[in-house]
Design a protein around this ligand. Sequence first.
Ligand code: ZN
Length: 366
Amino acid sequence: MEHSYISKEKIKVSQASNGNDIFIEKITITGSDKNAPSVYMQASMHASELQGNAVMVDLIDYFKKHQPKGNIYLIPQCNPIGMDVFQGAGHQGRFDSASGDNWNRYYFFKTIDYAAFVKEHLNSNTAEYKKAFEKILAKQLDEALSEEWFLSRAKRLNYSVQKEAIKADYVLDLHTDTDAITYIYTPEFAKKAAEKFGYRETLVIGNDFGGALDEAIFVPWWKLQEEFKKQGRDEEVLKECFTLELGSEEYINFDDAKMQTQGVLNYLAYRGIIDSPFETNRLSTKITHNDIANYKAIRAVEGGLYEWFVKAGDTFKANEIVGQYIQTSTMEKKPLWFPFGGTIISLHIKGAACQGSQLMNLAIYK
Ligand SMILES: [Zn+2]
């Protein structure tokens, strides 16, 4: 990786039972323009979700040829605790094997007196109040990180990477789904920016904090902007974070990465972080925004051994046969259909399902 403007540092995020420290590795690609905005990206917080690392390899190849304007921070395989915890052929994955904690639900978020802050900064310019607000967020997070007796592994890991993420202007959290298409989570206010990725489907989420990194990053800045509005001043939401879902878990595919990387570069160009040429021929121009309220985990009504006639990305209508299943208790074969239609974002089982097992995630047509 030897390159004059690319460097790497180790950051401690945990400690093993033998007392040895456990690190993540942060790669910094220093931009050519000190005033350009920066971006932070991490991959594989859910340890089974690998594809973001392929995108990072492609991005580094690109940046070796084209120095970005703004700084780029990359943390590949950002969960060294879950990284090598396997159950058979696959990872334990989404959860801390010891506690059941979802690795993407323990980011830091604390309430702030927005009204008081805005009152104080009503006449500050944008750069000034941005800096002052960043300082509050960083201080709160440092305080939370110092309360070590109360930090679970997931919390400590989440807070530690969040400390890196909040130093950047824009944040991309690279995940995957089970057996899925490439799609993106976006808050309502950032839909236009989300379209720049050129991923065919988006899921539009609310502006509330539920523990994930994207919300932990954008919710305080969204609330700040709302408070400015209340006090009579129109401001942009200064920071945004997207969760990118880059296909299926336990999967590396450089052909898909080509498209996914084009999307990231297109976003970076939109945000003024890069200004070098890149291709966009693999990106979708027609983007469908799906409201999260219509996005449902579909459950098996009957146990059985399932066969699919559809795949992620396919669309089907109500009452259309999408698969079949057998029940060996009767040795019967039954057709599978649903009383609603939609676009399949991801399929969740291959083969055996019990009653209540998650079959798929579906953007239901309304
Ligand atoms: Zn994930």
